[in-house]
Design a binder for this molecule. Sequence first.
Ligand code: URP
Ligand code: ZN
Ligand code: ZN
Length: 487
Amino acid sequence: MQPFDLVIRGGTVATATDSFKADVGIRGSTIAAIGDGLDKGKREIDARGNLVLPGGVDSHSHIEQLSASGLMNADTFESATTAAAFGGTTTVISFAAQHVGMSLKTVVDEYHQYAERGAVVDYAFHMILADPREEVLDKEVPPLVKAGHASLKVFMTYDRLKVDDEQLLNVLQAARDNRAMVCVHAENHGMISWMGKRLVKKGYEAPKFHAISHPRVCEPEAFTRLIACAALVDQPIMIFHVSTQEGTQVIRKARGEGLKIFAETCPQYLFMTKRDLDKPGLEGAKWMFSPPARDFHDQEALWQALALGDLQVISSDHAPYAYDKSGKLVAGKKSTFKQIPNGMPGLEARLPVVFDEMVSNGRFDVTKFVAWTATNPAKIYGLYPKKGTLAIGSDADIAIWDPKKSVTFSDKTVKDRAGYTPWKGRTVKGWPTIVLLRGEVLVADDKLKAKPGSGQFLARKAGAAAEPLGRATVEFDPKQNFGARLR
Ligand code: URP
Ligand code: ZN
Ligand code: ZN
């Protein structure tokens, strides 16, 4: 038997189901053995006193992407994935973002080039459809899904990106026909637009009014409409960045009816509230993202929804804009909140802030941390078991966490190009001190060890999560619809 190339010795290994003391043996790029007293490897890492976890899978991150207002965000694939790596994330799913009039194929080709040039962790793309015209859905989507882009994303709000209900139904149908997951930013556009105009007209222009301009009800309203559309087509969906208690209730009811509805939230909704936007001048712009942070009772509702399984994923929704003219202040120092791009950086901080609360503070155990931040997104998006777990044959993507290491977030140490962290001043206990990607050291001694472009594209087939239920809705059942054959 070949010796192991690397043995991680004596740590506490955790998966989404178990945690136990074991050595992990790696040959080449994959895990070859997990057990007690493994033979000596060519190299060894002493993990005693540390947790040995799968590298994180961040399934919602905007990288090198044109924003809703046509502004390029702050990161390149190199800077964003470097930030991810330092925070223990070894796989990202970012977006290939079509805007109106663009060919989806051309867009996907461009994002491939950006990622090939810079990524230091492995990556896949959700394809954003802002212009789901017939030729795109019929001619471009099928070969792109076959090429491994097994998820589509649509926005129900943002002037330049939103789809109406009919377009949404077309996208859901295309996903069903080609077997892909559909991810949705679901908020009621009319309410947001109307509230925004009303606030600005009356002189309420500061960033904190962003939080008011997305009324709470725009979430459950859009979720209900979206779920009705998905049920009509019989297409599974993923609802992105759930922020309100009312939103979780809509999801719980739909899942209770057996519908295939998946949903995520993000650290900003678990730890921040609308009060974070209430800062002097335009400073609150750093905490402007959509949907906005809500209230303390929403945080509790989101944790409860995670515990009950109604939410399955904690992603970052990394969407970085620098606090200067290239980003948040693009419209100058007198901008209204409507002129400020939405989004905050999150790839680096996602795992540490969640680990701190779940594992160090004991809100949940480490298996749940692994499930919500790595295993579940890998399963839902067709990356499992290559990614998202520690198992024989899985990629040796491993984050070794020192549970005693305390870190205080500071603008000076951010690795992405936002230039600030919305977590500034927050101290967390627990940090991934050594991170491996496919058996190679990615981060150690506070240094990045990989070269830009070493990340690999992950072609994915949609897994069981994206399979339709096969329930006969009345309108699609020839026995009940006067014999019409619509499938
Ligand atoms: O505010 C955010 N989250 N911006 C990024 C785009 C989106 O809405 O997901
Ligand atoms: Zn969104
Ligand atoms: Zn997003």
